[in-house]
Write a protein that binds this ligand. Structure first.
Ligand SMILES: Nc1ncnc2c1ncn2[C@@H]1O[C@H](COP(=O)(O)OP(=O)(O)OP(=O)(O)O)[C@@H](O)[C@H]1O
Ligand SMILES: [Mg+2]
Length: 412
């Protein structure tokens, strides 16, 4: 009887792919790569061969029905693949680009299409983040294989940058905490993020900040208003601030940028302000995957991270609170900023929803903002809902004086 051991795997060398594919592609067999136009099929095929040559010294053959050999040589030179040079040498790996081009030559087109569709459907069930990077080619982000770091959880507390907030959190944040700060526009998210960075810089830690909501000059001006010299910190090399519209890249590319910056700078602190801006370019599921991946990288590096978000969606209320809830589950500390009205004046409230591994002040407190930053004041009785994503926390706020209401109320 034939030996039926585990299938031997051939490592592709494509970033992250072999981890997802349980070691690589089945050796000595054919693998079908499906995908829509522009999704990266040709790149996968070329890179499969190129990595085989570069990493494992395995020659390859590329058969294409779609592009000229000259185009292939030219298009992939920027990834560091000297194809013309390789052509002088002979083959272990074969890439056929593409099958649809081959199948058009067969008479029973219906049968071929049916089979292709069946395979494609089975494959698309296996979704993960992946992106095509100008420097590294095809990069697969293997979410199902993320591990919690095996290093012990930190007992060290660090300052959030706001003394009153440290007190509410039971004496500062754990050094490896991932903090989610939710709040509507103008509530103080960017302020808290800037103070968080300033505390890291004061402790001599390299800091990394991604601003998706505002430009560098705008951010510098706000920081100056609170006595924080962003420009000086950036020039000293201790701080790296990246301001970009979310639309300039896919959410996968933003993740790659963040991971690369973390690897380059080895920061003690990371800020993303705000996650909500990324909702413009990503589905809720893709955004959640993005956060899972960012949180995993931050945890691997023992970084204190502050992620900000809007509490609920003005346009898609049925989706956003769900995401906000899921985000809160991924993080260690959840803080909510909100508005309420008192005697005709808009006031801010702050509440700590949770702090993993620590006691915290459960009271909803009034918060004020001035030229020094944020100050946390007396507890406010009568606020009934402060959950992230609850409609109570967004404009339009409910009047504290309106009949039957003792503070912000959920809208329904
Ligand atoms: N120098 C200052 N002194 C006093 N208050 C200030 C100063 N600079 C800004 N503010 C106020 O601080 C508040 C918080 O601003 P911040 O930028 O942190 O809000 P945000 O939650 O990030 O809002 P958005 O979602 O719109 O970015 C604003 O309402 C602003 O009016
Ligand atoms: Mg802001």
């Amino acid at each position: 009887m034939a030996d039926v051991g585990p299938i031997e795997r051939l490592r592709t060398g494509i970033g992250g792919f072999d981890q997802v594919a349980l070691g690589g592609l089945p050796a000595g067999r054919s693998t079908f790569v499906g995908g829509t136009t522009g999704s990266g099929k040709t790149l996968f095929a070329v890179e499969f061969l190129a990595r085989g040559i570069l990493l494992f010294g395995e020659p390859g053959v590329f058969i294409t029905f779609e592009e000229t050999a000259q185009d292939i040589r030219h298009n992939y030179a920027s990834l560091g693949f000297p194809i013309a040079q390789w052509e002088e040498a002979g083959a272990h790996r074969v890439s056929v680009n593409s099958l649809s081009a081959v199948f058009t030559r067969f008479a029973d087109g219906g049968l071929v299409r049916h089979e292709m569709h069946r395979i494609d459907k089975a494959l698309t069930a296996l979704v993960w983040l992946f992106t095509i990077d100008p420097r590294d080619g095809l990069v697969i982000i293997p979410l199902p294989f993320l591990n919690y770091p095996s290093v012990p959880a930190s007992q060290v507390r660090v300052s959030s940058g706001i003394t009153d907030l440290d007190q509410m959190c039971g004496g500062g944040l754990y050094k490896d905490a991932i903090v989610l700060l939710a709040g509507p526009s103008g509530a103080g998210k960017t302020l808290t993020a800037l103070k968080f960075i300033a505390a890291g810089l004061a402790a001599g830690e390299p800091c990394l900040s991604f601003a998706f909501d505002e430009g560098r000059e705008q951010l510098r001006r706000s920081a100056n208003g609170w006595g924080i010299d962003l420009r000086g910190a950036e020039e000293s090399g201790l701080l790296r601030v990246e301001c970009d519209y979310p639309e300039v890249a896919s959410v996968e590319d933003h993740f790659l940028r963040i991971r690369r910056a973390i690897e380059d700078l080895a920061p003690g602190r990371l800020v993303i302000d705000t996650l909500s801006a990324l909702e413009r370019i990503a589905s809720p599921r893709a955004l959640l995957d993005f956060v899972i991946a960012v949180v995993a990288v931050a945890r691997q590096h023992g970084i204190t991270a502050l992620l900000t978000s809007m509490p609920a969606a003005p346009l898609t209320p049925e989706i956003r609170p769900l995401i906000a809830g899921e985000l809160a589950g991924l993080t260690d500390v959840a803080i909510t900023l909100s508005y309420y009205e008192l005697a005709g004046e808009i006031q801010r409230a702050i509440a700590i929803i949770q702090t993993r591994g620590s006691a915290h002040d459960p009271r909803v407190r009034r918060a004020t903002i001035d030229g020094d930053g944020m100050h946390i004041r007396e507890p406010i009785p009568g606020i009934t809902s402060v959950l992230p994503g609850a409609a109570a926390l967004t404009f339009p706020y409910r009047s504290a004086d309106s009949p039957g209401s003792r503070g912000p109320q959920p809208d329904g």
